[in-house]
Design a binder for this molecule. Structure first.
Ligand code: ADP
Length: 485
């Protein structure tokens, strides 16, 4: 059990394949632990490749019937699922925090903000329009219609164990696709709880399934199985590249939401307090473990000292602790490797001349808790300027010139999110257009919502999630030539 749940039946360690809930065979399961103290929360199955294949077969059968329903029917089931998620958001947050560590309020925020993708796409389902195009001759007509791509597979990460699923399932189901989710092995319980609610909402068996097991084996089966039309992946660039290679054998449709290395630029005309507040959100949300987290904070040299001081003050006011404790704003990092990467980036920066302003050590709570850390006098040659830190390390890089800072901001293979603060309208357009990034936050550190297209330029990925663009990822375009008229 997970303490504090009003409805314990939302907490399950069983996978959902068709209408069957499959438990781990004794001694063969995958352990799910609480990152706050390493304690065992549950053991989920390590499903065989045969079972994954069976899930794909069920998804294929279910898809035909699901796509045949009217958009309105699909919409009302997706909508019901959305409502159940909202009604149970407190319990879902407890499950999320138990496996991922983030503060309960933040977990609930993730769940509610991303359930909104179900609401949005339930509405969009009814607006998948085709075209009638002027024909090349009087004897014919040109019709264009949209059809679901078919069976989809989703592979999702541990940093948003709940939200990354509703983001993908919403447009897939709305379009008339079925979807099989393989959540991260660290955080499968949120995915399984969504399965419980999908079933309760009346989503038919086989339309939404959740499988756990060896990531590589499941990824290989998804990639090679010709019945899977599309894979939507959120995770590392390295695994994204691997999926592209594996998917080549079946020309898999792919949506990839990969790593980032977000620049955050504070120009000399910025509102300093607003910029500090925006940095706090863009840097320290989820303890720095989001793909849109500010990784490099470029501050105009005239403001750098004042900015560092205010940011350090705000960082020190954060409360580190167990996500279930009142008032906590910073949970533990996901695992020991995450802490080691943070320490490596920090040490490299300090060795090369950066200056520690606040934090800098493992937290006295032990485990994977780390102090929110601010450093300044950071330069472009340091490791953290080129790699995603994914931890609560805020590095300030002073700059003097707009053209130069844009070049530095773009000096990365990634292009997911970028942020800047300015009050100059001409600069706002100039910089926003010059940044090589799929998402640009101007005077805001919080940019994701269901109405807007989320996705990256360059090696940050392919495709978009959310908005009217998001449903296109799950649709094929069919052209029908009607002749002999
Ligand atoms: P992270 O660094 O966030 O853990 P990963 O890309 O390793 O990023 O993980 C994201 C998701 O991809 C997880 O669900 C993980 O289990 C899965 N994954 C990792 N390796 C593979 C693989 N070879 N094939 C398919 N999925 C994988």
């Amino acid at each position: 059990t997970i303490s504090g749940l009003k409805d314990q039946s939302l907490f399950t360690a069983r996978c959902l394949v068709g209408d069957t809930w499959i438990a781990a065979e004794k001694g063969t399961g995958i352990a799910v632990t609480d990152p706050a103290d390493g304690s065992l929360v549950a053991e989920v199955p390590s499903l065989s490749v045969e079972t994954i294949r069976a899930a794909i077969d069920k998804a294929e059968v279910a898809q035909v019937e699901w796509a045949r329903r009217t958009a309105k029917e699909r919409a009302s089931l997706i909508r019901r699922w959305y409502e159940l998620i909202l009604e149970n958001a407190d319990d879902l947050a407890r499950i999320l925090t138990a496996e991922q560590g983030k503060p309960l309020a933040e977990a609930k925020g993730e769940i509610v903000a991303n359930a909104a993708y179900l609401e949005w796409f339930a509405e969009e389902a009814k607006r998948v329009y085709g075209d009638i195009v002027p024909p090349p001759g009087a004897d014919r007509r040109v019709l264009v219609m949209k059809q679901p791509v078919g069976v989809c597979a989703a592979i999702t990460p541990w940093n948003f164990p709940n939200g990354m699923i509703t983001r993908k399932a919403g447009p897939a189901l709305a379009a008339g696709c079925t979807i099989i989710v393989k959540p991260a092995s660290q955080t499968p319980l949120s995915a399984l709880s969504l399965g419980v609610l999908a079933e309760r909402a009346g989503i038919p068996a086989g339309v939404f399934q959740v499988v756990t097991g060896k990531a590589k084996d499941i990824g290989t089966e998804f990639s090679h199985n010709p019945k899977v039309a599309k894979i939507s992946f959120t995770g590392s660039t390295e695994v994204g590249r691997w999926l592209m290679r594996e998917g080549a054998s079946t020309i898999k449709r792919l949506s990839l939401e990969l790593g980032g290395n977000a620049p955050f630029i504070v120009f000399e005309d910025a509102d300093l307090d607003a910029a500090v507040a925006g940095t706090m959100i863009a840097k320290f949300r989820n303890s720095g473990q989001t793909c849109v987290c500010a990784n490099r904070i470029y501050v105009h040299e005239s403001l750098a000292d004042a900015f560092a001081e205010k940011l350090a003050e705000a960082a020190q006011a954060l409360k580190v602790g167990r996500g279930t404790e009142d008032g906590v704003t910073q949970g533990p990092l996901i695992d020991a490797a995450a802490v080691e990467k943070m320490e490596e980036h920090l040490k490299d920066a300090l060795d090369r001349g950066a200056r520690l302003v606040s934090g800098g050590s493992r937290h006295e709570l032990g485990g994977t808790f780390f102090e929110p850390t601010v450093i300044t006098d950071v330069t472009q040659d340091m490791q953290l300027a080129h790699e995603e830190t994914f931890a609560p390390l805020a590095p300030i890089i002073p700059f003097s010139d707009e053209t130069d800072v844009i070049a530095k901001a773009n000096d990365t293979e990634f292009g997911l999110a970028a942020y800047f603060y300015t009050r100059d309208l001409a600069r706002m357009f100039r910089v926003a257009e010059a940044l090589e990034s799929g998402i640009v936050g101007v005077n805001s550190g919080l940019i994701a919502n269901e109405m807007a297209p989320f996705g990256g330029f360059k090696q940050s990925g392919l495709g978009r999630e959310g908005s009217k663009y998001g449903i296109e990822e799950y649709l094929e375009t069919k052209y029908i030539c009607v002749a002999g008229l």
